[in-house]
Design a protein around this ligand. Sequence first.
Ligand SMILES: [Zn+2]
Ligand SMILES: [Zn+2]
Length: 770
Amino acid sequence: MSRRVRAAIRVEGIVQGVGFRPFVYGLAIELGLDGLVGNDERGVFIEVEGGRAPVGEFLAALRGHPPPLAVIERISVERVRAGPGGTGFVIVRSAVGGDRRALVSPDVATCVDCLREMADPADRRYGYAFTNCVNCGPRFTIVRDVPYDRPNTTMAGFAMCADCAREYHDPADRRFHAQPVCCPACGPRLRLVDREGRTIAGDPVAEAVRWLRRDAVLAVKGLGGYHLAAVAAREPAVAALRSRKHREDKPFAVMAPDLAAARRLCAVDETAERLLTGPARPIVLLRRLPEPPELPGAAIAPSVAPGNPWLGLMLPYTPLHHLLLRELACPLVLTSGNVSDEPIAYVDEEAMERLAGIADVFLTHDRPIHVRADDSVVRTFRGRELPVRRSRGYAPQPMALAAGVPRPVLACGAELKNTFCLAKGRRAFVSHHIGDLENYETLRAYTQGIEHFRRLFDLVPEVVAHDLHPEYLSTKYALEREGVDLVGVQHHHAHVASCLADNGECGPVIGVAFDGLGYGLDGTLWGGEFLIADLARFERAGYLEPLPMPGGAAAIREPWRMAAAYLDLALGGCVPDDMDVVRRNADRWPAVVALARAGVGSPRTSSMGRLFDAVAAITCGRDVITYEGQAAVELERRADPAEPGAYECPLLAGAPATTALFTAAGPELVAAVVDDLGAGTPAEVVAARFHNAVARLVADGCARLRDAGAPSTVALSGGVFQNMLLLERATDLLEADGFRVLTHRRVPPNDGGVSLGQAAVAAALDRERG
Ligand SMILES: [Zn+2]
Ligand SMILES: [Zn+2]
């Protein structure tokens, strides 16, 4: 018999709540090893003892085939003295104390094994809406504290029945140490209630479906908050939902019963299929298929996504969704449970109160939600995901950083689409989507969220990074912190740094940051920026020619004002009265032009988002918007992707006494749009040529900078690069010209990614200082 060896192993990463201990136990038993496995606040500790060969096999399997939901960041192995053997293999209790480095996993969509049980009339969890196991179920949204054990979750109030306890304690069982394990005898229960909170008799799911079929709006309690639901094919129901929610134009997302149903609605390629059916189950924005001409609106009512060739699609991700969709057997509009721009409701009493004016009935239950988490939203780009909103199913999964963080950092994020980020060691924890920091409720979610993350990841920030905009509530929050080093990070530098960190790189690069608005170093509003940047610093190397934003914030809500400012410059003050955009806004046009010329209440901006606004008003007639980015979104979907033509956007010499090599002449681009429309060119072609021109501008600007010695890697970031047509065209042109192009893959290009960039900049500066 060969000599016995004993190895002490430590595994760090996302290794709790993902079936790690049962996996280790099963493997050790299979290989005939003695030893132990347990959780502590740093992760999983293991000791295995046996022959040299099986111990080697054990380590190889641990590294090569860990459980599917585990994310291993580090495995360390140490030889320790072997014992006499024959002790067997045991799972030891969780240790308390020490530091809290164990990582909480994101919420996970219901697995196939659990679905099989739910569909089996002989199973004790037949039709049970809270079925879960070690491979699936709620995680982040129910965790109150670490270590991840039942008493620290919102399942603490449900005492396990004997059957569930047996599964929980049986190392051979799929539910071994699955913290939210439960069954109809001991777990949470569904209830269907009316607006007054009175229980509606009968099976809650079957009754809810009966209400839906009668065109009711249903509030459904999900993983991270309440949704509002209506049958997607029923125009009266969807229209009622839209008007009661005060949501005018923004498209609704749809939950399809299964992949086959999804394929009947949208073009689902391999990438989309992987995302739709994966454990995170985000909303995936997909191109709609043409509807059968004999049955227009048969599956998706016109009010779901008016005039939109794209549809936000998702598949069921909780047992309750599966039960509901199976019973209903058709697509369901599923939108966040809120009025207009408020955060989604997630506390039961509050939801009843806030949603009573929208929902007819409530399908709810008694498992509390600890953290509000919106559905995540992604697009697909070149066979992978491009996040638009990173939240449920993704947060709080850490992102590995290319370089270490010397002192713990809190990055406070931007104002709109806010996320915050905590970083230490080599990890960044970007928060779930908090939302627009413009009301008390969101601000509370923000401050509470930061405290929660600090506890979960045992992190006391010593460096606090923030935007330079003095009016952002996130900036004000940062400035109130005491006993920390503050680091102000320019908004577009944060975007570029975010793209670098997203790709695990440090630069230097040419960073192209195109977005709505961000506070510039000179106090003006930037947003069409070419930066030469690494993580620590940047130089503004080129930008879109600044022009006034007539009426300031009013120009954001009313894109026609940007059209007025651009046309006045483009046409040298002689804008014909018979242009459509002028005619539609004739009563206010002269005053707004005067405002722009005088510069009164009209801050100057180099924003690319505002140029898109102007062109959308001129080309598509979008004068006023009801949600952020609406004008640009409509311009993108209007564009004919088959059109290859492009307008000229000349690069002018940079202003003297600045670092800029060029400015891009936006008004000349607008003049070309006006000429083309005047010649009778259809809006679809004009919109496409404008997109192609902006892509050309990106490529030309980068080439100009490379000629002057800039790096040949380009990072594309900022909300404007959520535009797939622009992103594809710009990437193609840059790559054809020999550039290496970095785009986002883990955090959004929009302001949702800014906190990661701020953290990366603060850490880089700290490294230099250290
Ligand atoms: Zn499961
Ligand atoms: Zn039970």
